[in-house]
Design a protein around this ligand. Structure first.
Ligand SMILES: [Zn+2]
Length: 143
């Protein structure tokens, strides 16, 4: 994909552009990672891996829940982050590493890059703000 013609997605993008990009992100994630993207009330988003014993080769490997009350641009960021959790989960060497701050940080990194390589580019400034806010909540929670 030619990145020179790709819009950088931000809160200043039109809702039409953001909606299209979000739909593309969902399709790509569902097709390439075998996850199911669903919506839940509220502002929180989650990744939930299918338990090992329930995997039979035809099931989704996990579910991504996106908080439906998030501003649209933050839904894109949240989906990138949750995809990052999925990529971490699938990673041969790092999958067993379950330190919370490590997995939260790496998920932001991996998901962003995964979509970036597919020409879906979220404003780094806005993504970083969303990430910093989320990581701060974990830092407070973990004390
Ligand atoms: Zn997370």
């Amino acid at each position: 994909m030619n990145n020179s013609s790709v819009d950088i997605l931000s809160s200043k993008s039109s809702s039409k552009i953001l909606e299209r990009a979000f739909d593309d992100m969902i399709s790509i994630a569902e097709e390439e990672l075998w996850v199911s993207v669903e919506f839940i009330h509220g502002f929180n988003s989650f990744w939930c891996a299918t338990p090992e014993e329930e995997l039979d080769g035809y099931e989704f490997i996990g579910i991504i829940d996106i908080g439906d009350d998030l501003p649209l641009i933050e839904k894109l960021g949240a989906l990138a982050h949750e995809v990052g959790h999925c990529l971490h989960h699938k990673h041969k060497q790092f999958s067993p590493v379950n330190d919370v701050m490590f997995s939260e940080s790496i998920a932001w990194f991996l998901g962003y890059n995964w979509f970036f390589d597919k020409g879906i580019i979220i404003s780094m400034h806005e993504y970083q703000n969303q990430m910093a806010h989320a990581l701060e909540l974990y830092r407070v929670e973990l004390g």
